[in-house]
Design a protein around this ligand. Structure first.
Ligand code: PLP
Length: 426
């Protein structure tokens, strides 16, 4: 049904299409397992010869309905929900890597992703080169090796709010015979569809705007179906050579364009888990039903707040891609013409202590380790989320020591500004 409808309709209607007499609202299939009439029927499922549910660690109908909605919103052909954004990014990369592989990643990515790639995956023998995403194609290309398996970046980086030149990244990745994976968490599919600009795989922490109400940690991986794994078969043996744990199935042969997500479901979910609970997926779906209404409000509130901060003499700097002063303004106009997101970073004049005093004086803008939900909130990465990083790593990630990350909610913008104003002592 989705092809002919716009994003607003997909947000509200897609995923669950009840038949006559079935519940109007997506049911929560809170069941670990599924019953079959014959042992042969169940056997066919385990051989991947038939589609169907047997155990929620691999697949669950509530989860799949929500995944399908997100795939439709992103213009992908298939998607899979994960228990967190971390799991989504891990699965997206590990699905095409093994010991001895190498990946190239923008240095400004979310701190959790930076640690996972730079520390945890390194221990598994997967090497990463972090690059400056603003460098030219030739410079970035130097990071690629024969064993490189993907290029990774974020549409809008968390927390630096740097906007990715997705077309440039797609060209670089494809010139090297690897897919581009884009974490589209901050932009959401309402404001940007990376697949339309050449990305092959899109991930999200659904914990942020998609859920939108700070109720459930979750993630999603969406496949465009566009990357030709067989054309680079020697680089992606997991997809193009027999899987002995499924009687020698070759994913690209048996599943064609669905190879990548099918392998992720039948191998990674089977072996590593990380599936969301159906109840969390139900909550995520409620969030998605209003995503297209909330995002424009987040963006207009954020632009008003960013302009107000920029004009305040006590504020040292503001970084928001919607500001004309932003060095990402042109990229934002290209990739995010309807608005970027509700998140911005800024610093106030004075010391780190002044920044902390300012944050402690805020009334309803809360200090929380979260971002991108309906309620305005604030965080100081150098002393919170990114405190494991050295000063050098902080700077490479585009995070100044005085940087505060403000996530503008959907309250009355005048109230948000009034709270900032009183905390600044104006
Ligand atoms: C929060 C976030 C993640 C991690 O997601 P969790 O749901 O917290 O595991 C990954 N990427 C980006 C851009 C994020 O903002």
């Amino acid at each position: 049904m989705d092809k002919k409808y716009g994003k607003n309709t997909i947000c509200v209607q897609s995923g669950w299409n009840p038949k006559s007499g079935e519940p109007r609202v997506l049911p929560i299939f809170q069941s670990t397992t599924f019953k079959y009439d014959s042992s042969d029927e169940m056997g066919q499922l385990f051989d991947l010869n038939k589609e169907g549910y047997f155990y929620t660690r691999l697949q669950n109908p509530t989860n799949d309905c929500v995944a399908n909605k997100i795939a439709a919103l992103e213009g992908g052909i298939a998607a899979i929900l994960t228990s967190s954004g971390q799991a989504a990014n891990y699965f997206a990369v590990f699905n095409i890597c093994e010991t001895g592989s190498h990946i190239v990643c923008a240095s400004t990515v979310y701190g959790g992703t930076f640690n996972m790639f730079g520390t945890t995956m390194k221990k598994q023998g997967i090497d990463v080169t972090f690059i400056n995403q603003n460098d030219d194609e030739e410079t970035i290309s130097k990071a690629f090796r024969p064993n490189t398996r993907c290029l990774f970046g974020e549409t809008i980086s968390n927390p630096g709010c740097e906007v990715l030149d997705i077309e440039k990244f797609a060209r670089i990745a494809h010139n090297h015979g690897v897919p581009l994976i884009v974490d589209n968490t901050f932009a959401t599919p309402i404001n940007c569809n990376p697949i339309a600009w050449g990305a092959d795989i899109v991930t999200h922490s659904t914990t942020k705007y998609m859920d939108g109400h700070a109720t459930s940690v979750g993630g999603v991986v969406v496949d465009s179906g566009n990357f030709d794994w067989d054309a680079h078969a020697d680089r992606f043996p997991g997809l193009t050579t027999p899987d002995e744990s499924y009687h020698g199935i070759v994913y690209t042969k048996k599943f064609g364009k669905l190879a990548y997500i099918t392998k992720m479901t039948s191998q990674l979910m089977r072996d590593l888990g990380s599936i969301p609970s159906p109840f969390n997926s139900f909550l995520l779906n409620l969030g998605l039903e209003s995503l297209h209404v909330r995002m424009p409000r987040h963006c207009s509130n954020a632009l008003t707040v960013a302009q107000w901060l920029e004009n305040n003499p006590k504020v040292a700097w503001v970084s928001y891609p919607g500001l004309k002063s932003s060095k990402y303004y042109d990229l934002a106009q290209k990739y995010l013409p309807n608005g970027s997101c509700g998140v911005m970073s800024f610093g106030i004049k004075g010391t780190k202590t002044d920044a902390i005093r300012f944050m402690d004086s805020l009334e309803f803008i809360a200090i929380v380790t979260h971002v991108a939900d309906a309620r305005s909130c604030i965080l100081h990465p150098a002393s919170h989320t990114h405190r494991q990083m050295s000063d050098e790593q902080l700077l490479a990630a585009g995070i100044a020591p005085d940087l505060m990350r403000l996530s503008v909610g959907i309250e009355d913008v005048n109230d948000i500004i009034a709270d900032l104003k009183q905390a600044l002592g104006d």
